[in-house]
Design a binder for this molecule. Structure first.
Ligand SMILES: Cc1cc2nc3c(=O)[nH]c(=O)nc-3n(C[C@H](O)[C@H](O)[C@H](O)COP(=O)(O)OP(=O)(O)OC[C@H]3O[C@@H](n4cnc5c(N)ncnc54)[C@H](O)[C@@H]3O)c2cc1C
Length: 504
């Protein structure tokens, strides 16, 4: 008797899981394996919050799988040791998995599994389950291929699962038992596949109406953004399921867009669909280049920018003690909850790269460890974009003062996350260092004692950063590289890149 092994990686769901559907169709008893690579203990971009979230999602999946008659095995260590052990015991016929686009270490792991399968006469079948096109020949073809893939029929969850006789699921451990440090998150979402669907429907039924306008502020974004990213990162929901239900809602709206019930939805849903396409677009970048956490897309540009590591600045940036109230509130909120909206993520990164001139690898790794939804393909593409090291994106250095005044005019968010400033009046909340000594005393906030003064003069250093970035971008070798970067990674929608003078 042989078994099929369904290798769970970042696809912790039963519905729309092509690898599982194929294993089921082939009729052999199925074992599910979740293998946690011990290598992740050492990685600069991994935090215990990621591992604990995965394990909690896995545990919910285990319960569902057991209800249907299946079992889930859990192993921690080196994948080949695990495969040897399981093969000795159960005789694996085929390993089924959904394609994963990860960083170089995960490619290396997958390659070693392919080799092991060849050597042990085990079949290894992988299936596409998102908008990433493996072995894509040209970026020009990507959008059409992605759109076709995303719009194809969903795969149903199996009703029953047959497992080998006399095997039981393993107990899923806590990440701390495996040596990961796990910090407690406030407002952490409910794990698992059914919580992911509930989150999608609460967005499509209610929360998403104000998405287009509400997404930019950390206050409204908390409710009006979909909050699906942690579920996507563990694969508790697929991008195709989200696309499918969003499209259905769009069709319904179209029949009567002006009715009170439908008003506001149309723009919000089309903005949301664009974000889903961006998800796939950035994941495709990692598929083409698995070293985005180490190597900039445009190394010539990166070398010209020469950003040195400054410990004091890095500490203030990462701990949210820069002396810029809105910035500090955003960093502290992120650290406490594991999530913040897109605009604020971009600001956090661009302040590191332009205003404080810190190296992007270190700030990128710090942010990766804070995001519960860490997704390397999106993350490192965005880190590089917001640091000006791709050569194909415009220089975007966010002004903290402008974001503070636009997104939190009364300082409500600031006061929630920076309690040192609770009694500072609204007119001073964005720049408390401008208060007179008397005003500081009245606000119980002495700058330099109760709350730091700004670490640098934002107006000066941000301007310097922008000017350095433009200067480097104009360099002949960097421009040449930008052309190549565009060919491999550039969005074909944005034809201005093709026309832009710096690429000529
Ligand atoms: C520096 C930086 C780092 C980031 N790191 C990550 C990361 O590690 N993981 C991650 O999922 N997103 C990342 N993003 C993108 C974006 O901020 C998050 O996807 C979003 O805030 C997640 O919240 P949501 O699910 O409510 O998003 P929504 O606004 O509801 O969007 C729905 C989905 O669309 C996708 N999406 C939204 N915005 C983007 C975008 N700009 N680029 C690509 N896909 C997008 C995500 O999958 C998201 O879950 C990063 C952005 C920046 C600027």
């Amino acid at each position: 008797m042989t078994v099929s092994l369904v290798w769970l990686r970042r696809d912790l769901r039963l519905a729309d899981n092509p690898a599982l559907a194929q294993a089921k169709a082939n009729g052999r008893p199925i074992l599910f394996l979740f293998h946690l690579d011990s290598e992740r203990l050492e990685r600069h971009d991994v935090d215990g919050i990621h591992v604990q979230w995965e394990l909690d999602c896995l545990d919910r999946l285990r319960q569902e799988i057991e209800r249907k008659g299946g079992v889930v095995l859990f192993r921690f260590g080196q994948i080949l040791n695990t495969l040897n052990e399981l093969h000795d015991h159960y005789k694996i016929h085929t390993i089924y998995g959904n394609e994963e686009s990860g960083l170089q270490w995960s490619w290396n792991r997958d390659k070693s599994v392919t080799k092991w399968c060849d050597e042990n006469s085990v079949l290894f079948e992988e299936f596409p389950s998102n908008g990433v096109i493996r072995r894509l020949r040209s970026r020009d073809d990507w959008k059409a291929l992605r759109d076709r893939r995303i719009d194809s029929s969903l795969v149903e969850a199996p009703q029953r699962i047959r497992s080998p006789d006399n095997v039981q699921s393993d107990v899923i451990p806590h990440a701390a038992e495996l040596g990961f440090e796990v910090r407690e998150l406030q407002q952490r979402p409910e794990p698992g596949e059914s919580a992911a669907m509930d989150t999608l429907f609460s967005f499509l039924d209610e929360r998403g109406r104000g998405y287009r306008k509400g997404m930019s502020s950390p206050i409204s974004g908390e409710i009006m953004c979909s909050r699906l990213s942690p579920y996507l990162s563990t694969g508790c929901i697929s991008i195709r399921q989200i696309f499918y239900h969003t499209k259905r809602k769009q069709r319904r709206i179209k029949t009567n867009p002006r009715s009170a019930e439908n008003r506001g939805w149309s723009g919000s849903l089309s903005s949301f669909q664009s974000r889903l396409a961006w998800h796939c677009h950035f994941m495709q970048r990692l598929e083409a280049e698995a070293t985005l956490d180490e190597q900039s897309m445009n190394p010539e540009l990166d070398a010209l920018l020469e950003r040195p590591f400054d410990e004091e600045k890095f500490r203030a940036w990462s701990e949210g003690t820069t002396g810029w109230p809105f910035f500090d509130a955003c960093m502290r909120y992120l650290t406490a909850t594991g999530w913040i909206n897109f605009r604020m993520r971009a600001m956090l990164q661009s302040v590191a790269s332009y205003t404080l001139w810190l190296p992007w690898r270190a700030s990128g790794a710090h942010l990766a460890r804070q995001f519960l939804d860490y997704e390397p393909g999106i993350h490192w593409s965005q880190i590089q974009m917001q640091s000006g090291v791709t050569g194909i994106n415009s220089v975007r250095a966010y002004s903290i003062l402008k974001q503070s005044q636009d997104q939190d005019p009364e300082g409500e968010f600031i006061k929630r996350w920076v309690p040192e400033l609770t009694d500072v009046p609204s007119e001073h909340i964005h720049e408390p260092w401008l208060m007179s000594e008397k005003e500081q005393r009245e606000a119980s906030c002495i700058i330099g004692t109760d709350y730091p003064g700004p670490i640098v003069d934002e107006k000066v250093t941000r301007k310097e950063g922008i000017s350095q970035a433009y200067k480097a971008k104009a360099d002949a070798e960097a421009k040449l590289r930008s052309k190549l970067v565009y060919l491999v990674h550039g969005s074909r929608k944005r034809s201005r890149f093709q026309k832009a003078s710096h690429l000529k």
